[in-house]
Design a protein around this ligand. Structure first.
Ligand SMILES: *Cc1c(COP(=O)(O)O)cnc(C)c1O
Length: 435
């Protein structure tokens, strides 16, 4: 896609300093970024460079302030630079930033995670969601002595080779590499199924990996009974069920999606919220399964910075502040935002779906509800998201720069921020309904 063409058609939002930095960055880093979606390829224009952030807002290097619904892709559930998190990280850093040896902070965070999520008796901390899911799959293969992994189109499980597979639409198919550089052999045991459709499982399947609420193709809720049916199908086939709760864990509630839907997987991956905005993620599960990991068991896994003391300190503070009241408040704000966005878009004649699952909110410019990746792609193909994104950004509200992401609301988004968002959405909707 030509960003220049899009840039001429759409408002140029980034100021001179961001543009100067982006020009430099492009010469030094591929695409000028360290993660592709940050380059604004899907929405056109130049990304703003963030200088600092506070609560619900980010401020860029040109001093422009945005009400932020990215929140580091959900990692910052308390809002940016929460004073308790900043203090915990500062205090921890004064004692040293990494040791390559066990720390009390790991024990403290592990205790919080395992006491929160029923069935998750042990954890292993790593530094990214990618590592967490990659390790969960290795563990499942090691424990079952089977090779096959079933995933679903439109779910994202990080960028490890075996999970970068794309399928055809419709029936479950053996995956093809979805990125250059992934050998066919790396995905030869990866089966790609369609979300919300029960795949056939057999005795070759080590595990089924699923986002229990899909939040990487916009927001797609599991249809009633889908997760329970997956649980039964795994049990019948002797396969393990892995919930990738890197987004939903500690965001949908203390028990994540497994608690919300009452379906218990064999293994979990956590990330984002659990690291309190620092690089930390976790694999979790029952004791007998987790003890297949080295050094107790034969499944190898390791990490120089795993369980980093700054990250465990931040994660523990965040989990301590996520009380039932905090989740209730967040859910209430998101419900108001969802109902308000639906109303505003409809009243301005813009056809859209605004799915809400607890504290998560999505936005599809489509006339029908979306239940799988085919539907999400159809909605994105309409091209309206880019216009909406740019109109919102021009009004100081930063949604994700891609139609396949969700809106991350933090506890720092108060009633005032929700109303500001709806006011901006009314103006944006009015503008895009003319085109
Ligand atoms: C973000 C994400 C990952 C990957 O996590 P990283 O920390 O970016 O490696 C994996 N699974 C899901 C569901 C995610 O949203």
């Amino acid at each position: 896609m030509s960003e220049e063409v899009a840039g001429e058609r759409l408002p140029r939002l980034a100021g001179p300093r961001s543009r100067e930095l982006f020009a430099r960055a492009i010469g030094l880093m591929p695409g000028g970024v360290d993660s592709p979606v940050r380059a604004f390829g899907a929405v056109g224009g130049t990304p703003w460079f963030v200088e600092r952030a506070e609560g619900a807002y980010v401020v860029d290097v040109d001093g422009r302030r945005y009400l932020d619904y990215v929140q580091s892709w959900g990692a910052s559930i308390l809002g940016h630079a929460h004073p308790a998190v900043v203090a915990a990280v500062r205090d921890a850093s004064l004692r040293g930033t990494t040791f390559g040896a066990p720390t009390e902070g790991e024990v403290e965070l592990a205790a919080r995670v395992t006491s929160s999520v029923p069935g998750c008796e042990m954890v292993r901390f790593v530094s990214s969601g990618t590592e967490a899911v990659m390790t969960a799959v290795r563990l499942a293969r090691g424990a079952t002595r089977r090779d096959r992994v079933v995933i679903f189109s439109g779910c994202y499980h990080g960028h490890s080779d075996g999970l970068l597979a794309a399928g055809g639409s419709g029936l479950a198919t053996l995956g093809l590499p979805s990125s250059a550089g992934v050998p066919a052999g790396a995905v030869a045991d990866t089966v790609v199924a369609s979300y919300n459709t029960l795949p056939d499982l057999d005795e070759r399947v080590a595990c089924v990996v699923v986002e229990p609420v899909a939040a990487n193709m916009g927001l797609v809720a599991p249809e009633p009974g889908f997760l329970a049916a997956l649980r039964r199908a795994c049990d019948d086939a002797g396969a393990l069920l892995v919930f990738d709760e890197v987004i939903t864990g500690f965001r949908l509630g203390r028990e994540g999606a497994s608690g919300l839907y009452g379906v218990r997987p064999d293994l979990w991956s956590f990330g984002k919220v659990v690291g309190g905005g620092l690089p930390l993620a976790a694999i979790g599960g029952g004791r007998s399964l987790m003890e297949h990991l080295a050094p107790v068991g034969p499944v190898y896994q390791a990490g120089t910075l795993s369980g980093n003391p700054l990250a465990t300190a931040a994660g523990a503070v965040v989990l301590d502040l996520l009380t039932p009241e905090a989740y209730a408040t967040l859910a209430q704000r998101v419900a108001r935002l969802g109902a308000g966005l639906s109303e505003v878009l409809a009243s301005e004649g813009v056809t859209a779906q605004v799915p809400v699952v607890g504290t998560l909110l999505g936005l599809f410019f489509s006339s029908a509800p979306v239940r799988d990746y085919a539907g999400a792609r159809l909605a994105a193909a309409g091209g309206r998201y880019a216009a909406f994104f740019n109109e919102m950004a021009a009004r100081g509200v930063a949604f994700a720069p891609s139609p396949y992401e969700v809106a991350f609301t933090s506890l720092a988004h108060g009633e005032e921020e929700v109303e500001l968002t709806l006011e901006a959405a009314r103006g944006a909707a009015r503008e895009i309904s003319r085109t």
